[in-house]
Design a binder for this molecule. Structure first.
Ligand SMILES: N[C@@H](CCC(=O)N[C@@H](CS)C(=O)NCC(=O)O)C(=O)O
Length: 245
């Protein structure tokens, strides 16, 4: 069995999609990031960056295997099952390129854009609008890169749906709530729709939807999520941690 540490956000959906595509045999452990579950020592032993998604694979010989970072989790599970990843070395190389691209480019830019659109105090200062514009432009630039990549290809790696699509799709799904428009990205729009129609993807996006909230975070929740710095990480050092069996 796989333990899946999850909260319903685009980063969580990436792994939920693969787990659903693989047959849905996993145990979801809700990790309430607004309440600070990500700082608990047991979770930090699995995910030292205090971020979800993360998994612990118990279907192994010996000790359970923890995996953190969405790209690493997708790669680990795809390699383990031999599914949603090409079998040849060059195909694997291309898969890694698009996994790294997502976690180094589209993901952080979309995440920061989301922060300024959804969570930054509405100050409407020059700095605020500079930041928003910067991340909006970078988000759009990433859409442009995907648009070019999907020209003449059904999916990111070509004819086959793969983990490269699963990792890139969730932040494109929510373009509109991020204030972005996909009209001038026809290849991306077509690809987004094709993947959206997959039953496994729909189940993944619905996973834990009862935890989603539309209300803005409370003061306490803002403190948990948006006051992290070197000191908060230092405070976690030395706390006792164990991977739960
Ligand atoms: N690069 C990471 C990003 C994961 C991430 O940012 N997760 C957010 C939720 S979307 C999180 O756990 N945040 C908790 C926090 O900010 O303390 C990945 O792709 O797995």
């Amino acid at each position: 069995m796989i333990d899946f540490y999850y909260w319903p956000t685009p980063n969580g959906w990436k792994v939920a999609i693969l787990l659903e595509e693989l047959g849905g045999k996993y145990n979801t452990i809700p990790l309430n990031i607004s309440k600070g579950d990500q700082f608990k020592p047991d979770f930090l032993a699995i995910s030292p960056n205090n971020r979800m998604p993360a998994i612990v694979d118990h279907d192994v010989e010996g000790e359970p295997v923890p995996v953190f970072e969405s790209g690493a989790i997708l790669y680990y599970l795809a390699e383990k099952t031999g599914r949603f990843i090409p079998a040849d070395p060059l195909g694997k190389k291309e898969t890694l390129e698009w996994l790294f691209w997502q976690t180094g480019n589209q993901g952080p830019m979309a995440g920061q854009l989301s922060h300024f659109v959804n969570y930054a105090p509405a100050k409407d200062t020059a700095e605020d609008s500079y930041a928003k514009t910067r991340y909006a432009n970078e988000y759009d630039r990433c859409l442009g890169v995907l648009e070019r990549r999907l020209e003449g290809r059904d999916y990111i790696l070509g004819g086959d749906y793969s983990i490269a699509d699963m990792i890139n799709w969730p932040w494109v799904l929510i373009a509109k709530p991020l204030g972005r428009d996909l009209t001038s990205f026809p290849n991306v729009s077509r690809w987004r729709q094709t993947i959206k129609e997959r039953p496994a993807v729909q189940r993944a996006v619905d996973l834990g939807k009862e935890f989603r909230r539309n209300a803005p975070p409370s003061e306490e929740e803002r403190k948990v999520l948006f006051s992290q710095n070197a000191e908060t990480v230092k405070a976690q050092i030395g706390e006792k941690a164990q991977i739960s069996e």
